[in-house]
Design a protein around this ligand. Structure first.
Ligand SMILES: Cc1cc2nc3c(=O)[nH]c(=O)nc-3n(C[C@H](O)[C@H](O)[C@H](O)COP(=O)(O)O)c2cc1C
Length: 361
């Protein structure tokens, strides 16, 4: 077993990750028929990271309902057809020796937008393929159309949607479930006082704002049993006065752990626009480390982690249990194989077909 921290396997419940380099969830806006069914693009996109040696390959934000998709080109996990298409992709990920994770998501007030690279920007109107978005309160995100406020009964329905999505995910073969509570999407909208002005049991105090997330965690845990790792992705701060912050994140992470979550994927921002984010290498690592120390939970760090030595130092120092990578691993899907070479680690999971590429001569 290698003694380089980044390549030390890690176990959560019944699942063992072969290393600590994990693929961050990344929307692809590449569903063809606007039916949420993943395509060959997703097979090759996610499959390339599995082939490249990642310890965990996480899907993009995958809608737990049609209105919960960010764009009409997002994947979903609310129909059996979607489940079956995911099963094929998960099969390939497993064949390559990686762990398959799915990010379960509801976009709330940030739903129904045009895909990122299209000519049109912002909210996709009803009548042009868009739909009415929903949220804890009828407070619009910057420049977007106003969402409809969910009734209390509709909030309870969201718990059911996440639970049903968890069931379909397990049936598709996924090993890890990640609940998306970051980046200004629905669950983050409930957590932050800037987007939640409800007067029922889902608004007001921190306990009330966290209630929906905690009900979802408990419901998913009851549905999937004891073996399956459940992660929660948080934004550790809104970077805004009177918003959600790292102390609230640590408190709710501990509650979520008690409700059945295992590991926290610590990101930041996305709830309000026009804020200054101090971008730089590993800029979110201190948030992950704080949540880990304060709540006594496992975490992964993410955000501008691009170098093998940097990634190894984050894990070796104990700041985080793993790193997630997005843009760098898109640039180089074989980053884990390359990082092993750079750090002098011999791996036994080079793809057989590529074994001659292990040596330079
Ligand atoms: C193309 C793209 C799509 C993304 N989609 C998602 C997503 O679906 N869910 C999510 O939580 N974060 C998403 N993110 C954020 C990434 O998961 C990650 O947190 C962010 O890119 C910072 O990591 P990096 O510096 O390694 O890219 C996306 C980022 C990119 C670049």
């Amino acid at each position: 077993m290698p003694d380089i921290a980044l390549f030390t396997p890690h176990s959560v419940r019944s699942v063992t990750f072969r290393n600590r380099i994990w693929v961050a969830p990344m929307c692809q806006y590449s569903v063809d028929r606007e039916d949420g069914v993943p395509t060959d693009w997703h097979l090759v996109h996610l499959g390339s990271y599995a082939r490249g040696g990642a310890g965990l390959v996480m899907t993009e934000a995958t809608g737990v309902s049609a209105v919960g998709r960010i764009s009409a080109e997002d994947t979903g996990i609310y129909t059996d057809e979607q489940r079956d298409a995911w099963a094929r992709i998960v099969g390939f990920l497993h064949e390559q020796g990686t762990v398959a994770g799915i990010q379960l998501a509801h976009a709330g007030r940030k739903a129904s937008v045009f895909r990122e690279w299209g000519p049109e920007k912002g909210t996709r109107p009803i009548g042009q393929g868009g739909w009415q978005s929903v949220a804890p309160s009828a407070i619009a995100f910057d420049g977007y159309d106003a969402p409809a406020e969910l009734t209390t009964a509709e909030v309870v329905d969201v718990v059911t949607q996440f639970r049903d999505a968890a069931r379909r995910s397990i049936d598709a073969g996924f090993d890890v479930l990640e609940i998306h509570a970051a980046h200004g999407y629905l669950l983050h909208q409930f957590l932050s006082p800037l987007s939640n002005s409800r007067e029922d049991q889902y608004g007001g105090s921190l306990e009330n704002r966290a209630r929906l997330l905690l009900e979802i965690v408990a419901s998913i845990r009851a549905e999937v049993g004891d073996d399956v790792p459940v992660f929660v992705r948080f934004s550790a701060t809104d970077y805004a006065d009177d918003g959600w912050d790292v102390e609230q994140t640590a408190t709710v992470a501990a509650w979520a752990r008690d409700a059945g979550a295992d590991l926290f994927d610590v990101s930041s921002g996305g709830l309000v626009g026009g804020v200054t984010i101090p971008l730089g290498p590993g800029y979110q690592v201190p948030f992950a480390e704080h949540v880990k120390q304060q709540a006594g939970v496992e975490v992964n760090a993410v955000g501008l982690i691009t170098e093998a030595e940097q990634a190894n130092e984050i894990v070796a120092s104990g700041a985080a249990d793993a790193v997630m990578m997005g843009r760098e691993i898109m640039r180089d899907p074989h980053f884990p194989l390359r990082a092993a070479h750079q750090l002098g680690v011999t791996l036994d999971y080079w793809p057989r077909q590529y074994h001659r590429a292990q040596w330079r001569s």
